[in-house]
Design a protein around this ligand. Sequence first.
Ligand SMILES: NC(=O)c1ccc[n+]([C@@H]2O[C@H](COP(=O)([O-])OP(=O)(O)OC[C@H]3O[C@@H](n4cnc5c(N)ncnc54)[C@H](OP(=O)(O)O)[C@@H]3O)[C@@H](O)[C@H]2O)c1
Length: 219
Amino acid sequence: MKHGIVTGSSRGIGLATVELLINQSNSKVIGSSTSGENPFEHSNFKCLKLDLSSSVSIKKFVENLGDIKLDFLINNAGVLIEKSDELNIHMEQLKHTFDINVFGTIKFTEMLLPLFTPKAHIINITSDWGSFSEQNFDAFQPHYKMSKAALNMYTKLLAKRLEEKHITVSSLDPGWTQTDMGGKTAPRLPKDVAIDIFNLVNANVESGQFWHQGKIRKW
Ligand SMILES: NC(=O)c1ccc[n+]([C@@H]2O[C@H](COP(=O)([O-])OP(=O)(O)OC[C@H]3O[C@@H](n4cnc5c(N)ncnc54)[C@H](OP(=O)(O)O)[C@@H]3O)[C@@H](O)[C@H]2O)c1
């Protein structure tokens, strides 16, 4: 049985991923939400409270894990707080976005490092908006884009650091998806992305790569 964590499991992509992992594989999963509540209930699943903008909350979450070993971590929780037509930099928005998508996610991951088994897989859910090779690049939502680009670099750095421990680190770009964040007109459904994440977690792949729909994509 595999043990792992999926952050942001209360809605959207995280919720669909937890449902798939529990129903389609022999996994025991710990999820998270900012309230500690989760609509999904199962004997192999529990949800703990986690606010990635708070060091105290991150520490408490890790303490509550107790003496467990982790086979996977899906860093899925994230925020997009700016409007769709935002072009300008607002330092408060930049700081708040980085607090959750970058600093909190990195602090959380670093605190969990001693718990990973050899061959464990850490997947950072980033975005095509955090890519430097995006064909349809525009200047909207700069805070979010910078945060996901930074998280992509963390993937590469951590993959190098953990090479000798045989721990795989990946970034995954879900594509535009129908969630509270993505809105109602997005072409992909959370369950489609859950399948991509599920397949990547269970695959033996090269570490330090950026994935989209089962294929390596350009950074
Ligand atoms: N949807 C898209 O089109 C799209 C595209 C590219 C990348 N992504 C990425 O995919 C991931 C999931 O996105 P989604 O669309 O499923 O988002 P979502 O529906 O908005 O869900 C976000 C999740 O993150 C959690 N969260 C929010 N603020 C948090 C905080 N301060 N600390 C800890 N957890 C927090 C939420 O918990 P609560 O319910 O408690 O608020 C929720 O479970 C994100 O990293 C996002 O950037 C999404």
